[in-house]
Design a protein around this ligand. Structure first.
Ligand code: ZN
Length: 701
């Protein structure tokens, strides 16, 4: 029995005692763990001062031993903050957030630490290191270098200033987007103008009006997505769509509503220029021609040119299909909706009508086939057959009674990993779905293996009464996706924890296993085995399945070009673009659109002024990674299709063993391209993605 002063956050050797953790454990535990971590850092600094030779054990292992407990405990606290939020926990979390963040970022700036890593890389022992050890060292050194550690002393203050200015500018950018979004609302007073809108949208609009102006009857619409998008999609009253569309695409610009009313200056045009200028300066200080090159250093793609070529090729291949999509849409709008000229605010509306006409099926009917326990069983079957492992229920303390715990064993019954599965939405739990690292694989100097543990979190509808939880097909895809991340983390065989599992995997390759797993949600035999109608007990019928597949690829040509415009604009703004030159960022964006897309850019659109992914998020010179990772995952899955068994499909393909050994088990211990080539026997190709999206001739048949 634990004693009264037992602090579970200081005792994480085995599985976390979620049943014992209280908010009051947090601050004392973090204080102790920060002290221990700092002591380990100080030890390394002293070793440097005293000229003690650098070894794997006194540098990498020593730092790992000293800081891992802090990382693990803080991971547990962050996890609880996401899945079991309480006021006391939130307070303890915020109380400690700054000092923990500060500790980790101080490591990257620590010059004596950098010297230790350099000494280790230059030591005689280096040549005897394993590839994983070498990879970790190279990642660490790169991190220091990109953090400015090599810069001359005279430049360092400016470098630090650039980081701060960028952070501030990005924050202002997203504040402006939010403020400009909030500033607009439109109240409809004529019920005729609501025609076509779904009932729940109308009810929400009535409620919004009631909340905002109780004395004024009507329906209030805003530029927040759940209010804005259904209007574009369903509202038959064209002027309503037009008004909302125009307000939406001019947010945070000189044409914005707020701007016109002289309320406040939320125009992001200047900030875009400023951010691009700062990034350019940062890149040049570090010795790169532009930010595009800098951004790609830790990524799988090599140069901006390679990314641009890739995107251009993809768009060129998608273009004929996009033209067909566009022609079909215009013809449909003319013949069946009586619209002769499709304005920008008509495209979503007409597309929705066409989609309904071609592929109408009811989401709620589909849900009745996907009973959560049966789906989970189906997922486990897929994984077990593909990778020859078994998944069994296991025991552990959990943070909520709904949470399940499982173990993964290999064919010989050896424990490989364990995972928590937290499937249902509930109050106090953050939305969305994710996989997180609860414990990484590592091997002690004595040879003791610590197996990985993962958190898999979703937000599905909980069961009600005696009815099981029912999933949409999108939910099923989400579950497979996150489980793919989980497999990457759990099936690793790398002993160096800094590059085991998903650690150290290039950012633009990390979605490979997750998107790969999604493919099985579209396989007829897999769907047969994991569906069972709630009432009839029948599996998913073929007719419904075919409609789902067709709907998936609806307008995939136009969708691909749209993504291509975003990604090309992003890369071109960060590579070879002069923020102070004669061409504005907006002009560049419009030129990219008009070169790539089949739909001309609306002249008043200021969409880059709200492109938060690249100006206020982590996607600068990285937006391409969505498509890049899709190419990898589709091409990897194609290896399974090519070698599928006539009778048993892809699940018994010999590609499973290779995918396990060359991709999942090696994790971040070598470059993703090397892993891909080892698995596929060649570099990635875009054919499979085009085929899966219905954009090849055979697929169209
Ligand atoms: Zn993902």
């Amino acid at each position: 029995m634990p004693q009264a002063d037992f602090n579970p956050l200081l005792n994480l050797q085995s599985l976390t005692r979620f049943d014992l953790i209280q908010a009051e454990h947090i601050t004392p535990a973090i204080t102790t763990l920060l002290e221990r971590a700092q002591a380990a850092v100080t030890r390394l600094e002293q070793d440097h001062e005293e000229g003690i030779g650098a070894s794997w054990d006194n540098v990498v292992e020593a730092l790992e031993r000293g800081t891992e407990p802090l990382g693990r405990a803080w991971g547990v606290i962050g996890h609880l903050n996401s899945v079991a939020d309480t006021p006391a926990l939130r307070e303890a979390f915020s109380e400690n957030l700054a000092r923990v963040t500060e500790f980790w970022s101080s490591l990257g700036q620590n010059e004596r630490l950098y010297e230790r890593y350099k000494a280790l890389a230059a030591s005689a022992a280096f040549s005897g290191f394993s590839p994983a050890q070498k990879q970790l060292l190279s990642n660490e050194l790169r991190g220091f270098r990109l953090g400015g550690a090599e810069l001359p002393e005279s430049v360092k203050p400016r470098f630090a200033e650039i980081q701060e200015e960028q952070a501030r500018a990005s924050k202002s950018f997203s504040d402006h987007v939010l403020d400009a979004t909030n500033a607009f609302s439109l109240t409809v007073t004529d019920p005729d103008h609501l025609k076509g809108l779904p009932e729940d949208v109308v009810a929400a609009a009535a409620q919004a009006q009631q909340d905002a102006e109780p004395e004024q009857p009507g329906w209030r619409f805003t530029l927040h997505f759940p209010s804005y998008y259904p209007v574009l999609q369903y509202a038959e009253h064209r002027p309503l769509r037009e008004q909302l569309y125009k307000a939406y695409v001019t947010r945070a610009s000189e044409l914005g509503v707020a701007h016109a009313q002289g309320q406040a200056d939320w125009d992001n045009t200047q900030l875009i220029q400023e951010i691009l200028r700062l990034r350019q300066e940062e890149a040049q200080l570090l010795g790169y021609p532009d930010y595009g090159h800098l951004s790609l250093v830790p990524k799988m793609a090599d140069t901006p040119q390679q990314v641009t070529d890739f995107l251009n090729e993809l768009c060129q291949r998608a273009r004929p299909y996009a033209e067909q999509d566009w022609d079909a849409l215009k013809a449909f709008a003319r013949d069946e909706l009586g619209m002769t000229d499709l304005e920008p605010w008509d495209v979503t509306f007409a597309s929705e009508k066409l989609r309904e006409k071609r592929y109408a099926f009811s989401e709620s009917e589909v849900k009745l086939y996907f009973q959560q326990p049966k789906v989970l069983e189906g997922l486990f079957q897929v994984v077990q057959r593909l990778f020859k492992v078994s998944i069994k229920p296991d025991q552990a303390a959990v943070w909520h009674p709904d949470v399940q715990f499982y173990r993964v064993e290999d064919a010989s019954g050896q424990l490989r990993a364990q995972f928590y599965l937290d499937l249902y939405a509930r109050p106090g739990k953050r939305g969305g779905a994710w996989m997180d690292d609860a414990r990484s694989r590592s091997v002690s100097p004595e040879g003791g293996v610590t197996t990985p543990v993962a958190y898999l979190v979703c937000n599905f509808m909980p069961p009600t009464g005696d009815q099981p939880s029912l999933l949409t097909h999108d939910d099923v895809i989400t579950l497979f996706h996150e489980f793919g991340h989980g497999l990457h983390h759990m099936l690793t065989k790398v002993d160096v924890s800094g590059v085991s599992g998903i650690h150290g995997v290039e950012w633009d390759a990390v979605e490979l296993p997750s998107q790969f797993m999604e493919n099985f949600c579209w396989e007829w035999p897999v769907l047969q085995s994991m569906t069972q109608h709630l009432h009839s007990g029948e599996p998913l019928p073929r007719v419904l399945y075919e409609k789902m597949v067709a709907a998936k690829n609806f307008q995939s040509g136009m969708v691909t070009l749209r993504q291509g415009v975003f990604a090309l604009t992003d890369m071109q703004l960060h590579a070879g673009f002069d923020p102070d030159g004669p061409v504005t960022a907006l002009a560049l964006a419009n030129a990219v659109n008009d070169r790539i897309h089949v739909i001309p850019q609306a002249p008043l659109s200021r969409w880059i002024n709200t492109f938060s992914h690249i100006f206020a998020g982590g996607y600068a010179a990285g937006y391409y990674s969505y498509k890049w990772a899709e190419v990898l995952s589709a091409d990897a899955y194609a290896a399974f299709e090519e070698s599928a068994s006539e009778t048993e499909g892809t699940l018994v393909s010999p590609a499973g063993k290779r995918f396990l050994e060359e991709i999942l088990e090696v994790g971040g211990s070598r470059p993703a391209l090397e892993s891909f080539i080892a698995f596929r026997g060649r570099e990635p190709e875009i054919e499979a993605l085009l085929r899966h999206s219905g954009m090849t001739e055979t697929a169209a048949a």
